[in-house]
Ligand binder design. Structure first.
Ligand code: ASP
Length: 614
């Protein structure tokens, strides 16, 4: 890829000189007028865009060598007193392209150096070569700085942010792209606050991602798209909540922050493949147009499809072109034209594309998908199979791995987060989906071993303790089989239902009856634990009738000792005595008759709670 553009600090100083003098310094003592604080270093790479534009005869255009001088006159963006009193420029051998923010609430001094791309660009003029220039600048200055801010035009900022997110491998520091809708030189503008907050975040938080900050929100760079030309809120991240919100406080959504799971050295991959493109299908798109688009040298295409990834499946001509392209090893990635949501294979029209060799792109933005294609296809050492596999994977948090379902925070769950890290996922919604997938198995295991603390922990995470495993069994089923009164009590008090039926039709109560855990049956009978006493009694009646049917006198005696009235009706209106008579179980009938009215009254009044029979 050809190189375009050069970078220089502030447009006036030599790059090498600025870099040699950028060692971070510890907290400083100062004279009277200003407070010190730990100094951190941020590099600002000014690539152009509205933020630094001035009116020219042809309209707004970027103005070179002006930004640092202008910012130096804005007190919230430069603390002149601190610079003087601490002899900042002599001490660090800095030029006037370096400025210092007033002390932050977190007691930090953010010293930032501005470098400019030459020429400065309207981002509509940016090319992948410019992404390469920015990436190389980041690499050259990586060690000397704590964080990075890239000033960029909004028009293609989502493309650059996406591209840099892939190009920056093993990133361990914060990189933030920002810009503005109104030039920073105008009286009322969004540039000052966008720059200020970007500096504060880049200087004070390690968010090892390529981010985009705009109008109070920090987004993951490869999740955004420009949605508004008139509002200050120019960007949207439809499928991922912001990484941070800058309201009264700057709140980082740490659960969502992507972490690269590696200790490898930071490096940039600048060999982006330019033979990639975006093809948006529309009703009536001609085969000739598709055919022409897919011809050599095209190597990778983002196919923007309808809804959840659908293309017409009544167009064999079109599908044939796509199939022929994938057979020629052109990689085609399916992304939706919708702003929000994901490609899924619910419709036959989507499945058809899969059959033609098109790779589902989940909920990636077209910008991210294009950048990912360009990045992966720029790695000649990879086989086609490896490239296709990587396209389906989550490399930088650019796509959602598991279906989204929302509830509570998981920030304290080391276990779930450990799994999430292993699976390369990080956002709250994905974590919650994992929690929901694991809760049934974990809760059932805890119920089996009687681990009350584990159940409590799962519930604190927001796990649903009534959730069923693959057999439809709930933790209450398991605890009822185990006869663990403490666990059953906890589950019932947590809202677990005694009515849940497993795949064999058994409820927890039936399990307790089957294993003759009278303590649990007694608990279920007590007021407040179960909303339908009638159902329980009918279940008991049924269980008693079954015992009578089988001739199980011991079983009936146990119920009797547990204080249960054996003269109960089953669901079909029979009583144990009637069943015994009908079935000719004379011993059982005799036993039941032998229980005097007195005995029955006595036993039901006593409400004995027996321990397990074995
Ligand atoms: N055309 C400008 C650019 O992308 C728009 C902006 O910066 O907001 O550079």
């Amino acid at each position: 890829m050809a190189e375009s553009g050069r970078l220089s600090p502030g447009g006036s100083r030599e790059l090498g000189r600025a870099l040699s003098a950028t060692e971070p310094s510890p907290a400083l003592e100062t004279g009277q007028g200003c407070r010190a604080g730990a100094e951190v270093r941020v590099l600002v790479v000014n690539t152009g865009g509205t933020i630094g534009m001035m009116p020219q005869s042809e309209g707004l255009a970027p103005e070179a060598n002006k930004l640092a001088g202008a910012l130096a006159k804005i007190p919230i963006l430069h603390d002149v007193t601190y610079a003087k009193e601490t002899k900042l420029y002599d001490r660090l051998a800095l030029g006037d392209d370096t400025l210092v923010l007033p002390l932050s609430k977190e007691n930090k001094r953010i010293i930032y150096t501005i470098m400019e791309l030459s020429p400065l660009l309207d981002s509509a003029n940016m090319t992948p070569a410019d992404w390469g220039t920015i990436a190389k600048c980041l690499q050259a200055n990586y060690e000397q700085h704590d964080g990075f801010v890239i000033l960029h035009g909004t028009d293609t900022m989502a493309y650059t942010a996406s591209a840099l997110s892939f190009m920056c491998e093993n990133l361990g520091k914060t990189i933030i792209l920002t810009g503005s809708q109104v030039p920073i030189y105008e009286l009322r503008n969004d540039g000052r606050s966008n720059l200020l907050v970007s500096l504060l975040i880049a200087g004070q938080f390690v968010i090892p991602e390529v981010c985009l900050y705009f109008y109070n929100k920090l987004y993951r760079g490869n999740r955004v798209t420009k949605v508004d030309t008139e509002s200050f809120k120019a960007f949207s991240s439809p499928n991922l909540p912001p990484l941070a919100n800058a309201e009264v406080d700057i709140t980082i959504n740490w659960e969502t922050v992507w972490r690269s799971n590696t200790t490898k050295k930071f490096e940039v991959h600048t060999n982006m493949n330019s033979n990639v493109g975006l093809l948006r299908i529309f009703p009536g798109i001609t085969t000739a147009a598709v055919k022409a688009f897919l011809q050599s040298p095209m190597e990778g295409v983002v196919l923007e499809t309808y809804g959840s990834g659908n293309a017409p499946n009544n167009r064999p001509d079109l599908l044939e072109e796509l199939k022929q392209a994938t057979d020629r090893n052109v990689v085609i990635l399916n992304c939706t034209q919708c702003l929000r949501g994901s490609v899924s294979l619910v419709y036959a029209t989507g499945k058809t594309l899969l059959d033609a060799g098109v790779i589902p792109g989940a909920d990636m933005t077209p910008e991210a998908a294009l950048a990912k294609l360009s990045y992966i296809l720029g790695k000649p050492q990879l086989s086609l199979a490896e490239k296709r596999k990587m396209l389906s994977e989550n490399l930088r948090g650019e796509r959602t791995v598991v279906p989204i379902g929302t509830r509570i925070t998981l920030k304290d769950s080391k276990f779930i987060q450990g799994i999430a890290k292993y699976l390369y996922i990080s956002c709250k919604e994905e974590l919650e989906a994992i929690r929901d997938a694991l809760t049934p198995a974990l809760a059932c295991a805890a119920a089996k071993t009687g681990d009350l603390d584990a159940l409590k922990a799962l519930q604190n995470l927001g796990g649903n303790l009534s959730s069923e495993d693959y057999d439809g069994r709930t933790p209450l089923h398991i605890a009822s089989c185990e006869g663990n009164l403490e666990i059953v009590t906890y589950l019932l008090e947590s809202g677990a239902t005694v009515y849940a039926k497993d795949r064999f039709g058994a409820t927890p109560l039936m399990n307790a009856i089957r294993f003759r855990y009278y303590n649990i049956l007694g608990l279920a009978r007590s007021p407040g634990k179960c909303s339908s006493q009638q159902t329980i009694f009918s279940l008991k009646g049924t269980a008693l009738c079954i015992l009578a049917l089988k001739g199980d006198i011991d079983g009936l005696r146990a119920w009797h000792l547990a204080g249960v009235d054996l003269d109960q009706h089953s669901y079909d209106g029979n009583t144990p005595l009637r069943v015994a008579k009908i079935m000719g179980r004379t011993e059982v009938a005799a036993f039941l008759k032998s229980l005097t009215k007195n005995d029955l009254q006595k036993s039901s009044a006593t409400r004995v709670i027996l321990k397990t029979p074995n």
